[in-house]
Write a protein that binds this ligand. Structure first.
Ligand code: NAP
Length: 240
């Protein structure tokens, strides 16, 4: 049984749901997680895919929720081939310009969901000995987290959170790579999720298909240059 655990699957038009559909179609048993899994599109998928799809309720900012979710997965599968941290959160005032209404306290949830959510899950999967030689831990990142590429003069909250996620990914790769676990941080492209970013040129299904291939055949990790960790959906390198 090939297994994947994906967070942030609540929205039908979101990338998380597209990843769920892609992995199901490729024969994976999928653990699909959201704070609220009582969604019509998830019920429809469940009726189509039966035991290949497990809906796991979890708020990934709450450690007890995370532990319960990992325990529930472990009871079905003692190992996990792929973990994809896709959930994201934006704040309503934490994303404002620093001199025009930014509420710094309002950034904490963005950081918690995007950056800490990833390592919180990875740690619990490791504690349960579920990530093995050949497993992958994948963070869905953003170009917003690249200091080399950044162009915004606001949205510090999201950019900082994704930059922290990228840092976590490269650090985890150096540590967990020794066990044969592959860590990736992937910018999914500009994806037509709702509301679509102005430059969006990929459908969620197209982005999910690229991400599937990149996870299956990632570029080689170069420890000296820290390359092969942070990349575009198609596997091309991004600068930190
Ligand atoms: N769309 C793009 O062009 C683009 C570009 C660059 C990067 N990305 C990244 O791609 C990923 C997917 O993007 P998307 O637009 O498809 O995302 P999304 O559907 O807007 O967000 C994913 C889900 O995260 C969930 N979430 C928020 N807080 C949570 C928590 N505490 N616990 C569990 N789940 C929580 C949300 O559920 P609730 O509804 O319950 O809040 C939401 O359904 C994200 O990581 C995003 O940063 C997207």
């Amino acid at each position: 049984m090939k297994t994947v655990f994906i967070t942030g699957v609540k929205r039908e038009m979101g990338l998380g749901n597209a990843l769920v559909k892609k992995y199901l179609s490729e024969g994976y048993t999928v653990f699909a997680s959201a704070r609220d899994v009582e969604q019509e599109h998830l019920a429809k998928l469940k009726s189509e895919w039966g035991d290949m799809l497990h809906l796991i309720p979890m708020d990934l900012t709450k450690i007890e929720d995370v532990k319960s979710a990992v325990k529930a997965v472990h009871e079905i599968s003692p190992t996990l081939d792929i973990f994809i941290s896709n959930a994201t959160a934006a704040s309503s005032h934490g994303n404002k310009p620093i001199d025009d209404g930014m509420d710094i306290e309002d950034t904490l949830n963005t950081f918690d969901v995007n950056a800490l959510g990833f390592i919180r899950l990875v740690q619990q999967f490791l504690n349960s000995d579920m990530l093995k030689d050949g497993s992958s831990a994948v963070a869905i990142s953003s170009e917003a987290g690249s200091m080399g590429d950044c162009w915004r003069d606001d949205t510090i909250d999201y950019g900082m959170a994704k930059a922290a996620l990228n840092f976590a990914s490269v650090t985890l790769q150096r540590r967990l790579g020794k066990r044969g676990i592959r860590v990736l941080s992937i910018h999914p492209g500009w994806v037509q999720t709702r509301p679509a970013p102005p430059k969006a040129n990929l459908s969620p299904d197209e982005s999910a298909a690229f991400i599937y291939e990149t996870i299956a055949s990632p570029p080689p990790f170069n420890e000296k240059g820290n390359t092969g960790v942070y990349m575009n959906y198609d596997g091309s390198e991004k600068v930190f």
